[in-house]
Design a protein around this ligand. Structure first.
Ligand SMILES: Cc1ncc(COP(=O)(O)O)c(C=O)c1O
Length: 383
């Protein structure tokens, strides 16, 4: 048996998404910028995808731009806000994804003031501290905070942050890569200037993403060249990927509750069994409160058995990760865990779920964990 529990890193393509992509690959090869009928046909598919994506987050069609994924969208939001909107200060948190943190570091090296908002033990920003930081700001400020943390699943109160940003006149960017297609997002319900999505996080293709740019945030092109994406992102569009992304997002949103219930059941079953059968198990993030249901970050006591846990899970047929995809396979130490648990020597594994996972798979993982950790049943294992 093989069990895939690394869905926060990437998800398997949905069969219907593959079908839709194959169709456009076979029939829609024209360049969407060409004015002949082959081009127009592909252009129509591209614009249909834009309309569908816009509808799913309640944006205007003109506010959606396709990119190569979450990394590019986040880079674009932050770098263009500094270059084109007069942003001189960025407030972010230490638990953001590296594509945000490293971009912000780059801006820091170019003279932008960067401040990290303090976080609590769940990895959630302190909203009062954020308010004071914003109140003290006398330059144009961008707040960049992720909607849900990819390693520990803690969810941000985006509306509250949006209200704070509006109150103090700051721009708001949110890395929503882990929540698009998993939690409802409605940009008409709050003021948010930029958010990002990535197809491969909701059973769509890799290399296809989008950025929502609020009509009030007038930025210039991120990639220069042709006039694609209404002059905002040059380069012939990845039409196959974009069509796949739109199909995957439609399915994710239409089936959101159904998928969510299935995943919650499997996650809860895993949690309960981990707690009852193993000693000294802890869960990171706001795992019982406001959490992203696809993620469960489990912390195991440090000992010689848990040391090579990820590696041993892998050779037992279980794919999980030590944090973001960059550190999966080798427990290189996650910057998120370090930020919330300074000095801890415990071993963290992020298990992340999709609606394809089952209780039977969880049973298999529990069995493998018991044998790797050499842990005897705490209660009634022999039943
Ligand atoms: C929170 C978060 N932001 C950004 C990214 C990057 O997205 P992509 O792989 O599409 O570049 C990821 C994925 O690893 C993520 O989890």
């Amino acid at each position: 048996m093989k069990v895939y529990l690394d869905n926060a890193a990437t998800t398997p393509l949905n069969e219907e998404v593959i079908e839709e992509m194959l169709k456009i690959m076979r029939e829609g090869f024209g360049n969407p910028s060409s004015i002949h009928s082959d081009g127009r046909k592909t252009r129509a598919a591209l614009e249909d995808a834009r309309k569908r994506v816009a509808k799913r987050i309640n944006a205007s069609i003109g506010e959606i731009f396709f990119t190569s994924g979450g990394t590019e969208s986040n880079n674009m939001a932050i770098k263009c806000a500094v270059r084109d909107l007069g942003v001189q200060r960025i407030i972010t948190s230490p638990v953001e994804h590296h594509c945000v943190l490293h971009t912000v570091e780059r801006m820091d090296s170019e003279g932008v003031q960067v401040d990290l908002v303090p976080i609590d033990g769940f990895g959630r920003p302190n909203y009062d501290a954020l308010a004071s930081m914003l109140a003290d700001s006398n330059v144009k400020t961008l707040v960049s905070l992720m909607h849900a943390n990819n390693e520990i699943g803690t969810v941000l109160d985006l509306k509250r942050v949006s209200m704070l940003c509006s109150e103090y006149g700051a721009f708001l960017h949110s890395d929503t890569v882990q929540t698009v297609g998993h939690l409802p997002i409605d940009v008409s319900q709050m003021t948010i200037h930029f958010l990002s999505g990535s197809g491969h996080k909701f059973h769509g293709p890799k290399g296809a993403g989008f950025i929502y740019i609020n009509g009030d945030a007038q930025i210039k092109p991120f990639i220069d060249g042709g006039a694609q994406e209404r002059n905002m992102r040059a380069g012939t569009e990845n039409v196959y990927g974009i069509v796949g992304l739109a199909k995957a997002l439609d399915m994710a949103c239409d089936q959101l509750e159904e998928r969510r219930n299935k995943i919650e059941d499997v996650r809860q079953y895993f949690k309960e069994n981990l707690t009852s059968r193993f000693v000294d198990i802890r869960f990171e993030g706001d795992h019982d409160g406001d959490y992203l249901y696809t993620v469960l970050n489990v912390s195991f006591p440090a000992n010689d058995k848990s040391e090579l846990l990820l590696f041993n899970l892998d050779i037992s047929g279980v794919s999980a990760s030590g944090g973001s995809a960059c550190s999966s396979g080798a427990d290189a130490g996650s910057h998120v865990i370090k930020a919330i648990r300074q000095g801890s020597d415990r071993v963290n594994v992020r298990f992340s779920f999709s609606h394809y996972n089952t209780r039977e798979e969880v049973d298999f993982v529990l069995e493998k964990l018991a044998s790797i950790l050499d842990q005897k049943p705490v209660a009634t294992w022999s039943e």
